[in-house]
Write a protein that binds this ligand. Structure first.
Ligand code: ADP
Length: 727
């Protein structure tokens, strides 16, 4: 099996700290052994041949030398200690050899040991120097022996000679043993270290490589071989730039420059292997400095899968975009269809409203006229029933139109300043008589703090809700009382939370029915319809209106005990005070017209003959002088000739409609301030706004109740006269 990684000849020399520990131990053991040997030697000589004291210089200097070496090791100066040890020990051993035992001394064993020691601890070169010196020394010794020039060995007893020889052998064996042991440990450690780092780099998730500042690879892992398809031998000869083509070559060279300059770089490029297609990779390189040389340590991750996923994602995105475009196109067709349907519904509603109100105006007006003319009690009774039925029918028409408009989101709420307390104050006039008829007490309970509050909103719609709740309370109560309360639930600088409560002691509503009564056309008990009447629309409209205004309606009730409807509404506070509406004594407007404005000239523009007839007769009944115009053109031409006191204007007329006719009349001299009141079956808020924008002063939706007509005409005649209406 080929080696997974290798250090090239030019690669860094790994100097392990484990090795240094061994050096220290080894030195100390060696020094200790030699010291023991030398001391023993000295002691033996001193005992056996005291006259040889001069010869003790060599071993004594050996002891001194060992002491210095020991001291150097203690200071951490290992290299110096090693050199001193090798050279000093060489000299001491040589001297001992010369002075005591001659060439045959076993001390020659020490020389090869010293050479090995120098080679391992200092350098190969030091070992070579010691080898040369040893060989030269031994040749010299042999020559001196042969020539007999050496001084005669001292007379040494055999026992001493043997002890010395044995000591040498023991010292030598200790040294050899230490050397072998240290060497094997060191080799083992290095091998483990090599395997460890090889294992790490081979188990990296990507390709690993390391090259020097010249781009020469010094180390790599198996994945790098596999991806590039090059053998170790081939890679050792290659440079980083050899794996890239075209633009990538220059970009990679730039990235390598950045790594060596800044320490780090990332780049995506296509790796071109020896065989097979290019592999898109992400290369991350960092600079590593080992010794005084810099290397690039790099990891490359194959990003082919990412690229494929990206391509797939892009495909999905485009597909999704196409789908969204198609859906959007479908939706916009559907939206246009819905809008067209909505427009059709609104147009239908407007037309329906107009078509229903026009005959209602005739029916109610004619009934009212007929009631005025007859004294026949039976006929009056019949007419009164027609009157009631037409009011009821009108209420139903209004409810149906209201709910349709709310559902078509076409209901426009007004934003005007009003007093919520004043809305409640109107209740007795509107339903008081019904309560009295049934023998019920109608109590109004408005807390004093609410009286001062003026808010901005739609008073007509707030009134509609309260009236509906109070009307129901009276309708569904046989004994007891109906209480209508108004409280200020919250009050801060910007807005108020109003809480209207309508409580009765009537028939109540069961828990299940309470959930249904707010749905359109739902009544608590269908069989009751016969008894109490009603369309089941009132609460549905009220709740929707309340929600449109940002509030809500809730109910709590117990069958047989009564119900309590709570309508809460948050409205913006208004700074200004509301001017009190001119008040008219109910039912007295006609008489006041007769007294104060008899002979006033009124222009009535109305194309529908019956309605024309009704309005004209109603007005003339109280002494007003009425001219009629059958369309807008005639109205403008009459206005040009006569300075009318007031003009009643229908909106939809042939030739020239009411809005354009008003614009034309306003431009005539003398008519800039003439009160012009729209009297029309176009009863929606936007119709009203259209009229006011054209310069009209008020808007009376048809069917116009006679009383309402008199009140409006009186109010505007008074205003144009410049006086206020007194109660
Ligand atoms: P309508 O009164 O025209 O039928 P509403 O929507 O106003 O329609 O009321 C729906 C139903 O809720 C009524 O038919 C009645 O059954 C029930 N309801 C409403 N108010 C009360 C009340 N105060 N007491 C008892 N039942 C009530």
């Amino acid at each position: 099996m080929k080696s997974p990684s290798r250090i090239s000849p030019s690669g860094p020399k790994i100097d392990s700290s484990i090795g240094s520990d061994f050096s220290v131990r080894f030195f100390q053991q060696g020094v200790a052994a030699i010291l023991i040997g030398l001391v023993t030697f000295l002691v033996v000589i001193r005992i056996t041949a005291p006259e040889q004291t001069l010869r003790m210089v060599a071993p004594a200097s050996g002891i001194l030398l060992m002491g210095v070496i020991w001291w150097l090791i203690g200071r951490g100066r290992l290299q110096a200690a090693a050199i001193l040890f090798a050279s000093g020990a060489w000299l001491v051993a040589g001297a001992i050899c010369v002075f005591y035992n001659g060439v045959h001394s076993a001390i020659v064993i020490v020389f090869p040991l010293l050479i090995v020691y120098a080679g391992w601890a200092i350098s190969l070169r030091a070992a070579a120097v010691f080898t040369g010196l040893t060989v030269a020394f031994l040749i010299g010794l042999v020559a001196a022996e042969v020539l007999g020039t050496l001084p005669p060995p001292p007379p040494t007893p055999l026992a001493v000679f043997l002890v010395v020889q044995v000591t040498y052998v023991v010292v030598a064996l200790i040294l050899v043993g230490s050397l072998v042991w240290v060497y094997q440990r060191r080799v083992g450690e290095l091998e483990r270290e090599r395997q460890f780092s090889a294992e790490i780099i081979n188990s990296l998730p990507g390709m690993f490589y390391m090259f020097d500042a010249n781009g020469r690879f010094v180390r790599w892992n198996r994945r790098f071989n596999d991806a590039t398809t090059y053998t170790d031998v081939a890679l050792a000869e290659m440079k980083a730039g050899d794996f890239f083509r075209g633009d990538d070559k220059e970009r990679i060279a730039e990235a390598v420059r950045r790594v060596f300059a800044d320490g780090h770089a990332d780049i995506e490029a296509d790796l071109a292997p020896g065989q097979g297609p290019a592999i898109p990779c992400r290369f991350t390189g960092v600079r590593a400095t080992i010794g005084d040389e810099s290397f690039l340590l790099g990891v490359a991750i194959d990003i082919s899968e990412n690229r494929r996923n990206q391509a797939r994602l892009e495909e999905y995105r485009q597909h999704l975009e196409q789908m969204i475009e198609a859906r959007t196109a479908d939706l916009s067709i559907a939206k246009e269809a819905a809008e067209a349907a909505n427009r059709a519904k609104s147009t239908f509603l407007a037309n329906m409203s107009h078509e229903l109100r026009t005959p209602m105006n005739a029916i109610m007006g004619m009934t009212s006229l007929a009631m005025r003319r007859t004294m026949d009690a039976r006929l009056l009774d019949h007419l009164e029933k027609i009157n009631q039925a037409s009011h009821h029918l009108l209420a139903v028409i209004n409810s149906i139109l209201d709910i349709s408009r709310i559902e078509a989101e076409r209901l426009v709420l007004e934003q005007i300043d009003f007093s919520p307390a004043a809305v409640l104050d109107k209740l007795p006039a509107l339903i008081g008589y019904k309560a009295v008829d049934k023998g019920l007490a109608l109590e109004l309970d408005v807390s004093p703090d609410v009286r001062a509050v003026v808010v901005c909103g739609d008073p007509m719609r707030v009134g509609q809700i309260v009236l509906n709740l109070a009307d129901n309370a009276v309708k569904f109560t046989e004994h007891g009382k109906v209480t209508v309360r108004l409280r200020l639930a919250e009050d801060d600088a910007e807005q108020v939370l109003l809480r209207f409560e309508v409580e009765d002691t009537g028939i109540g509503i069961s828990a299940t029915d309470q959930k249904r009564v707010f749905a359109a056309f739902e009544q608590a008990d269908g069989s009751m319809t016969r008894k109490y009447g009603g369309s089941g629309l009132g609460l549905a409209i009220s709740r929707r209106l309340a929600r449109l205004m940002g509030g809500d309606i809730t109910v709590s009730s117990r069958p047989g005990e009564g119900s309590r409807f709570v309508f809460s509404l948050r409205l913006r506070k208004s700074a200004g005070a509301v001017a009190p509406a001119p008040t008219l004594e109910p039912g007295k407007a006609g008489e006041r017209l007769q007294e104060e404005f008899s002979g006033s000239r009124i222009l009535l523009a109305e194309d529908e003959p019956v309605n024309r007839e009704v309005a004209r007769t109603l007005l003339e009944a109280y002494g007003l002088v009425v001219d009629v115009a059958v369309d807008g053109v005639e109205a403008v031409s009459l206005a040009r000739q006569v300075p009318y006191d007031l003009i009643l204007m229908d909106m939809q007329m042939p030739n020239l409609n009411g809005v354009d006719a008003t614009l034309a009349i306003r431009a005539l001299p003398g008519h800039a301030r003439t009160p012009i009141l729209a009297m029309t079956a176009n009863a929606f808020t936007e119709d009203r706004e259209l009229c006011l924008a054209a310069g009209m002063d008020d808007h009376l939706p048809k069917p116009v109740e006679p009383q309402r007509l008199y009140e409006a005409v009186l109010t505007w005649l008074v205003r144009s006269r410049g006086t206020t209406v007194a109660v």
